[in-house]
Design a protein around this ligand. Structure first.
Ligand code: SF4
Length: 88
């Protein structure tokens, strides 16, 4: 391999790394958009408990009436499929 080939290879590697870096920035931007909350219908939110599980027992519940991942007013006695019990 000649010195020119080496140099071309290095340039290609740098270009590849820059492309990977670009993807990273894109993913961070997508992550920021993902901060928007989920529509309650998408997670089958209901204002009543299910099988004894309810929002007030979920790690995502934000008292007095909100959720960190689901939008809108969330009842402490509500429930959705994203329910994740707090560790006791
Ligand atoms: S069950 Fe959990 S994730 Fe679902 S709405 Fe209630 S607090 Fe949010």
């Amino acid at each position: 391999m000649t010195e020119q080939n080496h140099s071309t290879r290095r340039q290609m590697l740098r270009a590849g790394l820059a492309a990977v870096g670009g993807v990273g920035v894109g993913m961070v931007a997508a992550g920021a958009r993902a901060q928007e909350k989920i529509d309650p219908k998408m997670v089958q939110y209901q204002a009543t408990p299910k099988d004894g599980n309810k929002c007030s027992m979920c790690v995502n519940f934000a008292p007095p009436d909100a959720c960190t991942i689901v939008s809108g007013k969330i009842a402490p006695d509500g429930w959705c499929i994203a329910y994740a019990p707090k560790e006791s």
